[in-house]
Write a protein that binds this ligand. Structure first.
Ligand SMILES: *Cc1c(COP(=O)(O)O)cnc(C)c1O
Length: 393
């Protein structure tokens, strides 16, 4: 079947929720993909930060295929080995106490929101019910996480939304203090707003959030769905701030390409959810957990040091491109602001033609390559990008 025919079938049978790029991807190895014509493409997107250890990573493939041949699924009413192993690894790595497994990022945030509500109703009944989020945030597409998403464009058409959600401005401590009323029992934020344009929370703002939380027994919940699992050169991005959260959500890079999310509970929340309070049929799926276990084993201190090193290298190269006016982010999660008159989607379209997959976030270019990308692949992608910018001069 030709690409033309496949496109027709996609349009006829798949809901039109995605504005797809005109490329059919067939396979991948490391940070290099191959399209239907056999053309190689350098992947600076890794899905959207999903394929953390690269495409067809041998250790990951082995773990997943061995588990698939052994046991694909039983209900959470029974014990399985991969989920226990993964929960232990996540707790050991982060100092958190317990884990709930979901199947996606938005589901992890739904669980976080429910947990915050239960904590408030247990400890501050009729007093606290509000969760404070940040303007320009992104927490997912289901109704509670969408309610917590501070971007009006995602809200159009879908109201009414969950009540008891308030928004403060990012990196504006006066706005934070004003919005953090007596009703607020939890704060939910991303350390670096990903979909919002790769906008980092500044250290003094994070310190102000942590101080407010400590002072008033407000829960600090960080959405590390994009920033977590080594993306910024630490296992969790919050480690850069020296702040200890009460709850962390993970997804994207955790499964190395399979759907899995995790909610990590600190001591304060370790016993908040009990039998029947929350659940998921597919949650803690053995194959997904086996893939995540392989990812966890690969993201050691040596790989984290490499992420920092490659991130610094990528940043330096991007900063030397005249059409790039600012580089934001950390490690291998970078955003590039463009000179006036250059549209990011025009740049990514030409990049794709020339063999480079690149994302956008708001009006920036966004770089989320596999953490295992080689220097040769990084340079190949940067060469394409540099050539592409010449066509915009
Ligand atoms: C992608 C993302 C989500 C949503 O994750 P899904 O797996 O698409 O549901 C939530 N929060 C952040 C910060 C994200 O980047």
């Amino acid at each position: 079947m030709t690409f033309e025919q496949l496109r027709g079938k996609d349009a006829a049978h798949i809901a039109g929720t995605y504005a797809r790029q005109q490329t059919l991807i067939e396979s991948g190895v490391g940070a290099t993909l191959t399209d239907a014509q056999g053309k190689e493409l350098i992947d600076f997107s890794s899905g959207i930060g999903v394929v953390s250890v690269g495409h067809a990573n041998p250790a990951w493939v082995r773990a997943v295929t061995e588990q698939a041949a052994k046991l694909a699924h039983v209900s959470n009413l029974y014990y399985t080995r991969p989920m226990i192993e993964l929960a232990e690894k996540l707790c050991a790595r982060t100092g958190m106490s317990r884990v709930f497994f979901s199947n996606s990022g938005t589901e992890a945030n739904e669980c976080a929101i429910k947990t915050a509500r239960k904590y408030m109703s247990d400890h501050y009944p009729n007093e606290r019910s509000e969760i404070l989020c940040l303007a320009n945030s992104f927490h997912g597409r289901t109704m509670a996480s969408l309610s917590a998403t501070g971007q009006p464009q995602y809200h159009k058409h879908f109201g009414p939304f969950l009540t008891g959600i308030a928004f403060a401005e990012i990196n504006d401590i006066a706005s934070l203090r004003k919005k953090c009323t007596g009703k607020v029992g939890a704060i939910l934020l991303e350390c670096i707003q990903g979909e919002g344009g790769v906008i980092p929370v500044e250290p003094d703002y994070m310190a102000a959030v942590a101080a407010l939380c400590a002072e008033r027994d407000i829960l600090l919940m960080v959405d590390e769905i994009q920033t977590g699992v080594g993306r910024t050169g630490k296992f969790l991005c919050i480690e850069h701030y020296g702040v200890k959260p009460d709850l962390v959500t993970l997804a994207k890079g955790l499964g190395g390409g399979l759907p899995i999310g995790a909610v990590l509970f600190g001591e304060k929340l370790a016993a908040t959810l009990g039998p029947g309070d929350h659940g998921s049929t597919f949650g803690a799926n053995p194959i997904c957990c086996a893939g995540a276990n392989a990812v966890m084993d690969m993201i050691d201190d040596a790989l984290l040091a490499e992420v920092t090193h490659k991130g610094d290298y990528l940043r330096e190269k991007l900063e030397s491109i005249p059409e790039i006016t600012e580089v934001s982010g950390k490690g291998l999660m970078l955003g590039a602001a463009l000179a006036d008159g250059i549209k990011n989607s025009d740049v990514t379209a030409v990049c794709l033609e020339r063999g480079l997959l690149l994302l956008t976030a708001k009006d920036r270019l966004r770089f989320l390559p596999p953490l295992t990308i080689t220097k040769a692949e990084l340079d190949a992608g940067l060469d394409i990008l540099t050539q592409v910018f010449k066509t915009f001069q």
